[in-house]
Design a protein around this ligand. Structure first.
Ligand SMILES: [Zn+2]
Length: 246
């Protein structure tokens, strides 16, 4: 898309999306600069015209901030729909969304069905991995005449299964905000303001989740009636599960 912008009242352009981002980064264009592109009814401030338009991803782990146009590591940014916003620009970005009629912080919470689906996919992955581990460990004691060795191996298998489950959710949720099951259904675990969770919180959430399942999975069912679709472990860890578009 080609853009035209007002430079001291003089129509300038056309420039491409990346060029516009560079002008933004250089401070030549701000959110207040009037811009126009084909299809628009009239000139509008860039911040309004762009809305929550897609941000340009410069690499797998870097993106340009939708607000200031500068490049940041995605770890230091929050994602809102298709846009990436740096920490410094977060307040102004959400302020603009609010003014634009899009309620700020309207994260699209994922309901029980989607979350159950994600859990099911993760369950299959972990079950398969655990079966392979248990079978391998079991095979190593076949033929052993010592019952104690067999029991020790069962204990070891159980321990490995527990550690694998913890490592799986901590690593995936800490790094991507989602396990493969959640990724498959386009879900992500975030903080209430939409920012990503840390590895520490991901680990804590894993153990909080065991509490949710210990009470006859009641902790999971809470998602159904909670206004922010929080499970018990979401409440304990102050997290939300949202749907992402892209
Ligand atoms: Zn920024």
């Amino acid at each position: 898309m080609q853009w035209y912008y007002a430079d001291n009242g003089i129509q300038t352009g056309p420039v491409s999306d990346p060029e516009l981002q560079h002008l933004l980064a250089a401070g030549k264009i701000t959110s207040e600069t009037l811009v126009w592109q084909e299809g628009m009814s009239g000139w509008k401030p860039y911040g309004v015209a762009r809305g929550a338009a897609a941000t340009i991803a410069v690499s797998e782990d870097h993106a340009l901030c939708a607000e200031c146009g500068k490049e940041f590591s995605r770890e230091d940014m929050i994602q809102y729909k298709d846009s990436w916003i740096c920490a410094a620009c977060k307040p102004i970005f959400f302020q603009r969304l609010k003014e634009g009629g899009i309620a700020a912080g309207t994260l699209e919470y994922a309901g029980f069905g989607l979350r159950f689906g994600a859990k099911f996919v993760d369950g299959i992955i972990l079950f398969t991995a655990n079966q392979v581990i248990n079978f391998s460990l079991g095979a190593s004691v076949i033929g052993s005449r010592h019952r104690s060795g067999f029991l020790a191996m069962q204990g070891l298998a159980l321990l490995v299964n527990i550690l694998l489950g913890a490592a799986y959710s901590t690593w995936f949720n800490g790094k991507f905000g989602a396990t493969p099951g959640k990724m498959a259904l386009k879900l992500r675990i975030v903080r209430p303001d939409g920012s990503p969770i840390t590895y520490g919180r991901a680990l804590g959430r894993h153990f909080a989740e065991t509490i949710s399942s210990f009470i006859l999975f009641f902790g999971y069912l809470m998602v159904i009636w909670d206004d922010e679709r929080r499970s018990l472990h979401d409440r304990i860890c102050d997290t939300r599960v949202i749907r992402i578009s892209s």
